[in-house]
Structure formats: C-alpha cells, structure tokens
Design a protein around this ligand. Structure first.
Ligand code: NAD
Ligand code: TYD
Length: 378
C-alpha cells in the first residue's frame, strides 16, 4: 500500500532516526519531513537518505496553519507522525513562551489543518492517522522508595512478568494522572490533551505515546549523554545537577523509532501507549559509566576523568524519578527493546567519538550555515 506520511521534527534527534527507518523500510511510502530547523534541527542527521526518491524535506513551521494545510493537500497526506517540539527542560525554564507556542499552538495548528483537510475528503477520516509523540515527563515525578531491608536498585517484576532493577515501587502507567512540573512537560501535557480532544470531539483517528528518556547518535549536545561524552573528550567540567541522585529511565533511540513504526501501523485508535525499556539509572551512575567508557575508548587509564565531575546548583523543580511501565505495548503489540543498555551506551559513545566533526559543527554553528546554503539561498 502506498502512503504519504508527514513526519514533523524529522531533522531532530528522534525524528531523524524515525525518518531514516521509514524511508529505508517502506520504499512505496512518501515520507515528507517538515521541520523548522530551529537550533535543534540539523539536516546533517539525514545526509545518508536525503537523495532517496521517497523522501521530501520541507522547511516549515508547524505553527503556520496555512502552510501546514497546503502541504497536506499538496502531498495528499494520510498519516501524520508529530515529533516537532521544543524539547529541552532547561531552555523551558528560561523561555516558557517558546514552548507554549511550538508545543501547544503548533500541535493545535497541525490538528486543525489535518481536520479541515481530512473532513473535506469523501472518505473523511478513513485510513487516516494522527500520531502524537509525547513524553513520560507529563506524568510528573515518582518517589525513590524500596521494600524494607532491601537496598535500591532492587529487583522487581513488571506486570509483563519481566524482571528488572528499580529505584521505587511505583511506575508510570497509561492510566497515571498527568502532573507536569516543568514548562516543557506542561506544554507537552497540554498538547496531549488537545490531541485527545480532537479524537473525542471530531472523531479524528489519533494515537498518543509517552516515552522515557532517549539516548543514541545525533542527540543535540545540550542533553546529558552527548554533552558529557563531549566534555569528557575535551577535558571540560561535567556539571552534575544537585547530588546526581535523580533517576531517569533510558531507551536507545532506534528502539523508540521501531516502537513508533509498530504503533503507527498496528496501534489502536484513541489509545495511549507507554514506551520504555525498564532501564532506570541514577544520573551519577550513568555519568560514571560514560567516564569509564570514554576513558577506555580513548586509551586513558581507568578513573582518569573522574576529576571532571562538578556538582552544581540543582535544576529548578528537578523531577526526582521517571520510570515507565511499558507492559501494555509489550503485551498488545509484542514490542521489545532490542539492545541491552551496556551495548547501547558502548555504541553511542563510539558514535560520538567517531563523529567528532558532527558535534564540532554544532558547537561552531557551521551546521546552520549548511542548511541555509541548501534551502534558503536557492
Ligand atoms: P529535538 O529537540 O532533537 O528535535 C526537535 C525537532 O523539531 C528539531 O528538528 C526542530 O527543528 C523541530 N522543530 C522545533 N520547533 C518547530 C516548529 N515550530 N516547526 C517545525 N519544526 C520544529 O527533539 P527530540 O529529542 O528528537 O524529541 C522529539 C519529540 O519526542 C518531542 O516531541 C519530544 O517531546 C519527544 N520525546 C523526546 C524524548 C527524548 O528523550 N529526547 C523522550 C520522549 C519524548
Ligand atoms: P536531560 O538530558 O536534560 O533530560 P531530561 O531533563 O528531559 O530528563 O537530563 C537528564 C538528567 O540529567 C536530568 O535529571 C538532569 C540531569 N542533567 C545534569 O545533571 N547535568 C546536565 O548538564 C544536564 C543537561 C542534565
């Protein structure tokens, strides 16, 4: 079957992995990547597939209703996978308005454009899908807790029957009440509500997924893992917020992209799926793994870069623990993460060390010149 799928935010971290997967896996589909190319969008992330006949790039702002509507009509869009967003919590603390504009108003403008276009067709919503990519951060923060007499991380059994290590007895489920704390998570929560409202009010076929922290190649080096790998390489301080005790649940980005592909094709309309690999880590422990791995790969003696750890003032409203229960997705659709964390981290560190130029271009700002030359001066 031929499909015309609009992916928003496809020049960003997760979006670029998703676009690559779809373009490679579905030669009969047309993948239209719509991205504003903010500081976080980088076309170098897609260099390997940019000339494929089933791939189209359109530089556009999701807040621009007319341009989104015209694009949907021009490319006969029947599926939308919406990732475009402002995504960094620290930036949202400094500049919440940009987050409300893109994440809330941008999502609303896409929803409305899709509604007006799809309702104008004879078959209306049949065969259509609006898939919104969200985050576990909308659920708020979990406590650190453990059964009496047991030291964390402790072994626990998920409702899927899978054994894993955890830092608390509670998890985020699809039924967990929204309780966002940062301007970023508040804006994502709001956009999730709009998506569900478009299903309930207009009958739009929507799906929402909430995923845990992603890591892997092509992540903008303001986020913990790429920032720290680069700082270790350059012998720069590693700014650990607070005591480094916060817990995050990490998933390799390609596993997220595979889950999105599976859910886009087989997920049930109006459902929510949590995506995560039951992989909780305290920040300070993950930082030590990064130090160990980078030092080993660079041929430094063990422990060489530990002196770079620098405890700094904590992030305002810093959520203590995120932990996703993805049993529903595993049971209903058979999704499983493909990589063990040790493997994923090794691959990731190697990628950043082998692709120094990619990171150096970002830090120098050269990547922005690259897309300006390609898309703005012609
Ligand atoms: P990112 O910041 O790396 O990429 C965002 C992309 O969106 C960039 O290419 C940017 O240019 C584009 N964009 C921003 N504003 C736009 C606008 N107004 N119009 C069009 N394009 C615009 O983000 P990411 O980490 O790849 O996250 C992608 C999505 O996944 C986001 O919706 C985020 O909330 C969600 N998510 C991220 C994580 C994570 O760990 N990174 C986890 C769960 C969910
Ligand atoms: P981040 O990668 O920004 O993702 P998120 O805030 O969406 O979880 O941060 C991951 C964790 O690392 C989070 O608890 C904040 C912490 N952190 C630091 O300690 N220092 C840093 O410089 C950064 C960017 C994050």
């Amino acid at each position: 079957m031929k499909r015309n799928i609009m992916v928003t935010g496809g020049a960003g971290f997760i979006g670029s992995h998703l676009v690559r997967l779809l373009v490679n896996k579905y030669p009969d589909y047309r993948i239209i990547n719509v991205d504003k190319l903010t500081y976080a969008g980088n076309l170098a992330n897609l260099k390997d597939i940019e000339d494929r006949p089933n791939y189209i790039f359109f530089k556009g702002d999701i807040c621009d209703y007319d341009s989104m509507y015209n694009l949907m009509v021009e490319y006969v869009i029947d599926g939308i996978i919406h990732l475009a967003a402002e995504s960094h919590v620290d930036r949202s603390i400094k500049d919440p308005f940009t987050f409300a504009r893109t994440n809330v108003m941008g999502t609303l403008s896409l929803l409305q454009a899709a509604r007006v276009y799809w309702e104008s067709l004879p078959e209306k919503y049949e065969g259509k899908r609006f898939y919104h990519i969200s985050t576990d951060e909308v659920y708020g923060a979990l406590e650190l807790s453990h059964p009496e007499g047991v030291e964390p991380p402790f072994k626990t059994v998920a409702s899927s029957g899978e054994h894993h290590l955890a830092y608390g007895t509670d998890f985020f489920y699809e039924t967990t009440k929204y309780n966002p704390h940062s301007p970023y998570s508040a804006s994502k929560a709001s956009s999730d509500h709009f998506v569900r409202a478009y299903h309930d009010t207009y009958g739009m076929p929507t799906i929402v997924t909430n995923c845990s922290n992603n890591y892997g190649p092509y992540q903008f080096p303001e986020k913990l893992i790429p920032l720290f790998i680069n700082n270790i390489r350059q012998r720069k301080p590693l700014p650990v917020y607070g005591k480094g005790e916060n817990v995050r649940d990490w998933l390799y980005v390609v596993d997220h992209a595979c889950a999105i592909d599976m859910i886009f094709h087989n997920g049930k309309i109006a459902e929510t799926y949590n995506i995560g690999g039951f992989n909780e880590w305290k920040n300070i422990d993950i930082i030590k793994v990064l130090i160990k791995t980078v030092d080993r790969l660079l041929g430094n003696p063990e422990g060489y870069s530990l002196d770079l750890i620098t405890y700094v003032t904590d992030r305002a409203g810093h959520d203590l623990r995120y932990a996703i229960d993805s049993t529903k997705l595993q049971k209903e659709l058979g999704w499983e993460p493909s990589l063990q964390f040790e493997e994923g981290i090794e691959k990731t560190v190697r990628w950043y060390l082998d692709n120094q130029e990619w990171i150096d271009n970002i830090i120098s700002g050269d990547y922005e010149k690259y897309y300006k030359d390609m898309y703005e001066n012609r």
